[in-house]
Design a protein around this ligand. Structure first.
Ligand code: S3P
Length: 188
């Protein structure tokens, strides 16, 4: 993807790395719609993610996720937030890298643990963290996934940055290409 071709801005990273909130901030700044792949999956399946995992298993969830990501990446002028595992799947990864500029929002395991468990007891259930010690599970999964997340076009550490700071960093990186694209007020 060339710097003058910002078709979509795609956010990837572990659960609670800030993809949804940064996506909302970017959407406000750019006037581009924000699409959360998990929300589209839930709408298509007609049930929460935890229920898809429980009723049909992770493979079925990943199949749905691939179909949704293919559809989302065909559009342009969107902020797309992928679920935490979406970029790990090889087919999805290709779709996403071709569909826009992909940003990996990274965070340390302790930060993720605090965000998932500590601050929001009403957060949606995360089936992959169920059972066992969640911090250990986060460490394990993150160690496995980090090298793959790093294949994103850009990586941004979020531990010490607010949502708006992360969004601004992304806007700075996309800057010239976005200005060109936004010349007429909206994405082409
Ligand atoms: C998953 C992360 C979740 C959701 C599903 C699987 C993962 O999304 O897609 O539970 O594999 O890390 P969030 O990253 O939005 O929590």
């Amino acid at each position: 993807m060339q710097a003058d071709e910002v078709r979509n801005i795609i956010l990837v990273g572990f659960m609670a790395s800030g993809k949804s909130s940064v996506g909302r901030a970017l959407s406000r700044h750019l006037g581009w719609p924000r699409v959360d792949a998990d929300e589209v999956i839930v709408a298509r399946a007609g049930k929460p993610i935890a229920d898809i995992f429980r009723d049909s298993g992770e493979d079925a969830f990943r199949e749905l996720e691939r179909a949704v990501m293919r559809d989302l990446c065909e559009e342009s002028g969107r902020i797309i937030a992928g679920g935490g595992g979406s970029f790990i799947d090889e087919e999805n990864r290709r779709t996403m890298l071709e569909g826009g500029i992909v940003f990996y929002l990274s965070a340390r395991p302790e930060t993720i643990h605090r965000r998932v468990i500590g601050r929001n007891p009403n957060a949606p259930a995360r089936p992959l963290l169920a059972g066992g010690d969640p911090l250990e599970r986060i460490k394990e999964l993150l160690a496995e996934r980090s090298p793959v997340y790093s294949q994103a076009h850009h990586s941004i550490e979020t531990d010490q940055r607010s949502t708006d700071q992360v969004a601004q960093t992304i806007l700075d990186i996309c800057g010239p290409a976005l200005q060109k694209k936004l010349k007429n007020g909206r994405a082409e």
